[in-house]
Ligand binder design. Structure first.
Ligand SMILES: [Zn+2]
Length: 308
């Protein structure tokens, strides 16, 4: 299938094709004795993911674990559907996200407030998972991949308060979720992901430092794909955060409202990203992944909290 890429070490990248787009949302299958899916993608992606797993030889009774880095709908919206397709799978998530997977009603109503009618086309509806199948992670945790191989989780808030990074003892791959920003492989661009309501600068920087300290061999971005220049890219992640925060802070101190702040930050950061100078489709992809309005709104929300 053309949405599956073998990455070595029995790891397969699956393009989950959010809302029909290619190359914006990745899930990963670690195919050992105990197959583990990292990120489900959205609810509407669940059939795409199931087809990919079938093509990789993982049948309904074979999937041992589903783990999500955090419960934003582009990462975890498909959990309920995937749990239904794979009745043996344990569903693993940080403890601050667990109850939302069991009862998604609050998560869905706040998502609907943010996205309005676009919610249905972009994400679809997260369906509930039986609480007995959910395992909640604390500050650290471990997933047995079989044959002595382990996927270890590390709490990494900043982007979201229910975010974990996951490192594979077999490959040194670190699944970074959204904690290191979003990466666009076509252009090598990296932009922060700082949405409301959880973004917090110092916490986000601490999570990036934690990722560095874990000494990963490779970063696997949910948006999008593998990166082997680990130090350089994590350095960029921190730098990008600082730049977006500095500019948003300036806009705020000049008394700008959200729209003006977004316009100002967008204009002052534009030169940094090749994607925005590329073809229209690439620019649209990049904007969809890490939109300036969402980033600036998240930073303003945080500033209002810490410097009212
Ligand atoms: Zn997210």
């Amino acid at each position: 299938m053309d949405n599956i890429t073998a990455l070595g070490g029995d790891v397969y990248e699956i393009d989950t094709r959010m809302a029909g787009y290619s190359g914006i949302t990745a899930g990963y299958l670690i195919l050992g004795d105990r197959p583990c899916l990292v990120e489900t993608g959205t609810s509407t992606s669940a059939p795409v993911v199931r087809d990919a797993l079938t093509a990789l030889g993982v049948g309904a009774g074979d999937l041992a674990t589903v783990v999500v880095t955090h419960i934003h709908l582009d990462h975890a919206g498909g959990v309920g559907d995937i749990a239904g397709f794979y009745p043996e799978a344990e569903i693993v998530v940080h403890e601050k996200g667990a109850r939302h997977l069991a009862d998604p009603s609050r998560l869905m109503s706040s998502a609907r407030m943010v996205w309005g009618d676009k919610l249905d086309t972009l994400f679809g509806e997260l369906s509930p998972t039986e609480p007995a199948r959910i395992r909640a992670l604390g500050d650290t945790g471990a997933i047995d991949l079989g044959n002595g191989r382990t996927l270890s989780s590390y709490y990494s808030p900043g982007h979201a308060k229910h975010h974990v990074g996951l490192i594979d003892s077999g490959t040194g791959d670190l699944y970074v979720g959204d904690a290191a920003g979003v990466y666009l492989p076509q252009t090598g661009d990296l932009r922060p992901a700082t949405p409301p309501p959880d973004f917090d600068l110092q916490t986000a920087l601490d999570s990036i430092a934690l990722f560095e300290a874990l000494g990963p061999q490779r970063l696997l971005f949910s948006h999008y794909g593998p990166v082997t220049d680990v130090e350089e890219i994590l350095g960029r992640s921190a730098e990008e955060l600082r730049i977006w925060v500095d500019l948003t802070r300036q806009a705020r101190s000049q008394g700008m409202d959200l729209d003006h702040a977004v316009a100002m930050v967008r204009e002052r950061t534009q030169e940094r990203y090749a994607a925005l100078k590329a073809d229209e489709a690439t620019a649209e992809q990049f904007e969809l992944l890490s939109g300036a309005p969402s980033n600036v709104a998240g930073i303003l929300h945080w500033l209002d909290r810490v410097q009212p």
